[in-house]
Design a protein around this ligand. Sequence first.
Ligand SMILES: NC(=O)c1ccc[n+]([C@@H]2O[C@H](COP(=O)([O-])OP(=O)(O)OC[C@H]3O[C@@H](n4cnc5c(N)ncnc54)[C@H](OP(=O)(O)O)[C@@H]3O)[C@@H](O)[C@H]2O)c1
Length: 429
Amino acid sequence: MSEPYKIGIAGLGTVGASTLQLLVNENARISARAGRPLKVTGINARDRAKDRGVDLAAFEWFDDPVALAKSNGIDMFIEMIGGSEGVAKASVEAALASGKAVVTANKALVAHHGAALSKLAEETKGASLHFEPAVAGGIPAIKALREGMAGNGVTRVSGILNGTCNYILTEMETTGAAFAGVLADAQALGYAETDPTADVGGFDAAHKLAIMAAIAFGQQINFDAVQIDGIENVSAEDIEAAADMGYRIRLLGVAERTDAGVSQRVRPCLTPTNSPLGKITGVTNAVLIEGDAIGAAMLTGPGAGGYATASAVLADVVDAARGNCPPTFGLPVGDLATASTDPAADEGAFYMRVSLKDQPGTLAAVAAALGKEGISIHRMRQHDHTGDMAPVTIVTHSTTLAAVDRAKANIASLDVSLAPPVSMRIVGV
Ligand SMILES: NC(=O)c1ccc[n+]([C@@H]2O[C@H](COP(=O)([O-])OP(=O)(O)OC[C@H]3O[C@@H](n4cnc5c(N)ncnc54)[C@H](OP(=O)(O)O)[C@@H]3O)[C@@H](O)[C@H]2O)c1
């Protein structure tokens, strides 16, 4: 019988408690997969008295996660506290520095400090860093990208990376309601946090995209290079106009290799209703990987939830217990390229909505403003008038974001323009 693999868990909330329950209740099955007995020895949270769904008497309780991280009684430290700084960071650093394997679901921590933490893991005998649960919850996106796609030159990785946003956009689509009301309902139902900024502002999706981009393109993680735009300004009008033309609005994270580097963007985009990402509704997440050998492969599933995320934690636990510890970002830290960014490049079709005075010659003025920037119109549709306003939606042929921004400024300055034009990129995946 091989030696037990001893595990400490810090943070026993949604994910930590589910992980603990699975490690207790399904121990024989998961241990068999790990090739040795998995044994939780130490635990930590703030409130010792809280019910965590299992009897805690068998485990040593630690008031301080850093003390648990350094303890000689564990081989692996599972960090399920959250937050990019504070005790989560301090305890992960302490665990790595003392030669432990670390599993974290903490995308904020990995997005901001992943490079330094993986360097520490490489430099410390016995240490390793694992973060499958940090990206897209239960979907094994990291493994698929890092190991499953190792034979590919990845050209683009994209996805629906935040279930709260996808839920809100889906609800807006089906009910016709405005963002604020749907957000309030989502908060009441527990689908959105009291402070929704990380989700609806696009930051949570951006953390996940930065992690995947580093692996996909073999470069150092660079969260600051992600251009982020949330869903707060997506209007019911745009959702309806998009649907009218066969599109859905989705918060997409897209990282792609361009001639000048790698562009990383999180923003609301239009995607065809019948495209793989356009079909994703509700809280479901999706990760689409495009590579030169495979073409495209997509994974969908629950991007959050206790047991779903614990499933990804346990994949890492099994790997580490077996000694399967590939370089965190797919390459040794020293071999990762310097992060290259291409903030300017953004080429493709765009959606535009302009609000014009209902009078002769207005469309010609808009067409001229677009033509001046070399933007050609693929489709144009005029919607029902509201008072003396005529909303017009436009789908362009391939152009650049810079040209669209200049055209919007030109249109906004026209006498016939009644509100600032709106634009969104159309992503055909
Ligand atoms: N929830 C999901 O579906 C999901 C999905 C993917 C990734 N994640 C990530 O997983 C991590 C945990 O998320 P969660 O939803 O499980 O959070 P959570 O339910 O809020 O649980 C956090 C846990 O950390 C403990 N904690 C907080 N501050 C602490 C401190 N200073 N010292 C010790 N323990 C402390 C809390 O203790 P008490 O219970 O005693 O208050 C609680 O047990 C986060 O990084 C999150 O981004 C979550």
